[in-house]
Design a protein around this ligand. Structure first.
Ligand SMILES: [Ca+2]
Ligand SMILES: [Ca+2]
Length: 122
């Protein structure tokens, strides 16, 4: 899937799952990106960051989420790029647009694949 197609798929998915009550007790406030061990924002919340302006790279720690991330919320104004290598963009990557809900990364072939990510913020 091309990045453009993935972005469109993510935008469509976000439109489908975004409902007025969907944010109940998700433990991910505005301006944060959060990632969970399991689908539908369950299991351990391994990632909880409020990225600064510019591009910042984040390692997903070996014992704390490497190859385990299954769902994420991007409540930032940033594009989040997941990488399937540690702080290395040479492998597969997946762009998650701003303000996007992803209840299961499996639909994009990214389930349990992320090892690091970048936040590209205005
Ligand atoms: Ca998982
Ligand atoms: Ca990692």
């Amino acid at each position: 899937m091309s990045r453009t197609a993935l972005a469109l798929a993510l935008a469509t998915a976000a439109a489908v799952v975004l409902t007025p009550t969907a944010n109940a007790d998700l433990r991910c406030p505005d301006d944060h990106v959060c990632m969970w061990e399991h689908e539908n924002y369950s299991g351990t919340r391994y990632i909880f960051v409020n990225p600064p302006s510019g591009t910042t790279y984040y390692e997903i720690d070996w014992w704390h989420g490497d190859n385990e991330i299954s769902s994420l919320l991007n409540f930032t104004n940033c594009t989040i790029t997941l990488f399937d290598k540690d702080l290395d963009a040479s492998g597969l990557s997946w762009d998650i647009p701003s303000k996007t809900w992803v209840p299961h990364l499996g639909r994009f072939g990214a389930n349990d694949r992320a090892e690091s990510f970048a936040a590209r913020c205005p």
